[in-house]
Design a protein around this ligand. Structure first.
Ligand SMILES: Nc1nc2c(ncn2[C@@H]2O[C@H](COP(=O)(O)OP(=O)(O)OP(=O)(O)O)[C@@H](O)[C@H]2O)c(=O)[nH]1
Ligand SMILES: [Mg+2]
Length: 302
C-alpha cells in the first residue's frame, strides 16, 4: 500500500457541457443539479471522493458564458478563480464541437496562464462517431500539454473510472481534509434551494427560470404524532417581474404545486426523512444586478 493521496480539483467548461453530470457520476451521489438549460450551476459546489487510499475534493463551477448581469459576472469569476487554487483541473468540452470555439479558447488561455496539470475531458461521446473525435483532440493537443485526454459520457457513466485513474496519478501525498463520511460541503438548506431551482428550471420556459433564486426561510426538525422524523421547510421563490410570478404559480396554483411536489420527493430521498414543504413566490425586481442579493452567490473562502 502506498501513501495516502489527497488534493483539490476544479471542473471548468462552457455552460451546458455536462460538468455537473460529471461530478455526480464521479461521487455517485446527486451533489449538483443538472438540466438541459444553460447556466444551471451558479456557485462553486464541492464534492468529496473518499476511499481508504485517497480523498479528492472536486469543485463543480458555473459554466463559462458571456455575462449579461452582475450575477453572470460573479459566476464566471467564481469558475476562473478556482483554477488558481487547485492541484488539478478537469477541462470539460463537448464531443460534438468541430472546432475550438471562443468560449473554449478563453478557458484554454486561462489554463495556460495557471499552468496546472489538466485533464481534457471530452463529454457526450454517445452523440458522435469515434473517428470524429480524433480531429478535435489533435486541435486541443496543439495548444496545451494535457496530462491526459479522456473521452466520456457523463450521462451513461462511460469513462468515469478512467477520469478517476488519471486524477489519482496527479494527486499528491496528503492528509484527510474532510470527514470521510461526508460527500459534499453543502448544507441541507443549500441542497433544498438547489433542488427547488432544478424543478423550476425543468418546468418553466424562456427567461423565467433564469430570473429566479430560492431562499429557505425556515428549516425545523420535529417528530410527528407517530414519532417519525419530519422537517418543516418554508421556502420563497424570488422572481424578477410580477408577470413571472403569475407564470410560476400557474392556473389555479398548478405549476407551483407541481414544482413543490417533485421537489419534496427529491428532498425526502436526499435527506432521508419526511418533509413538509411550503413554497411561496415573491417579486424582487432586477435582483440579478443588486449587490445585496448577488453577494450571496460569491465564493466562500476555504
Ligand atoms: N447526450 C449526453 N448528454 C449529456 C451528457 N452529460 C450531460 N448531458 C446533458 O447535458 C445537459 C447539461 O448537463 P449539466 O451537467 O447540467 O451541464 P453543466 O456543464 O453543469 O451546465 P451549467 O451548470 O449550466 O454550466 C443536460 O441535459 C445533461 O443531461 C452525456 O454524456 N451525453
Ligand atoms: Mg452545472
Amino acid at each position: 500500500m502506498g501513501d495516502f493521496k489527497s488534493g483539490f480539483v476544479s471542473i471548468i467548461g462552457r455552460t451546458n457541457v455536462g460538468k455537473s453530470t460529471l461530478i455526480n457520476s464521479l461521487v455517485k451521489e446527486k451533489v449538483a443539479i443538472t438540466t438541459a438549460k444553460p447556466q444551471t450551476t451558479r456557485t462553486a459546489i464541492r464534492a468529496i471522493l473518499n476511499d481508504d487510499n485517497y480523498q479528492i475534493i472536486i469543485t463543480d463551477t458555473p459554466g463559462i458564458h458571456k455575462p449579461k448581469s452582475k450575477l453572470g459576472e460573479v459566476m464566471v469569476d467564481t469558475a476562473f478563480t478556482m483554477l488558481s487554487e487547485v492541484d488539478a483541473i478537469l477541462f470539460v468540452v463537448e464531443a460534438t464541437s468541430e472546432d475550438i470555439g471562443k468560449g473554449d479558447q478563453l478557458i484554454l488561455d486561462r489554463i495556460k496562464e495557471v499552468k496546472k496539470p489538466t485533464i481534457l475531458v471530452i463529454n457526450k461521446i454517445d452523440l458522435v462517431k469515434k473517428e470524429s473525435l480524433l480531429n478535435l483532440i489533435s486541435k486541443f493537443n496543439e495548444q496545451y500539454d494535457f496530462s491526459a485526454v479522456v473521452p466520456i459520457s457523463a450521462e451513461k457513466k462511460e469513462g468515469i473510472e478512467k477520469v478517476l485513474d488519471e486524477l489519482l496519478k496527479i494527486m499528491p501525498v496528503g492528509p484527510v481534509y474532510y470527514d470521510p463520511e461526508e460527500y459534499t460541503d453543502q448544507t441541507a438548506r443549500q441542497i433544498v434551494e438547489e433542488v427547488i431551482r432544478e424543478k423550476a428550471l425543468k418546468f418553466l420556459d424562456d427567461e423565467v427560470p433564469h430570473g429566479i433564486y430560492i431562499e429557505v426561510e425556515s428549516y425545523k426538525e420535529r417528530k410527528t404524532s407517530k414519532g417519525e422524523d419530519i422537517v418543516d421547510i418554508d421556502v420563497t421563490i424570488y422572481c424578477q417581474r410580477e408577470s413571472h410570478k403569475g407564470i410560476i404559480i400557474g392556473k389555479g396554483g398548478n405549476l407551483l404545486k407541481k414544482i413543490a411536489t417533485y421537489s419534496r420527493q427529491d428532498i425526502e430521498k436526499i435527506l432521508g426523512t419526511k418533509v413538509n414543504l411550503k413554497v411561496w413566490v415573491k417579486v424582487k425586481e432586477d435582483w440579478q444586478d443588486k449587490d445585496s442579493v448577488v453577494n450571496k452567490f460569491k465564493m466562500k473562502k476555504q
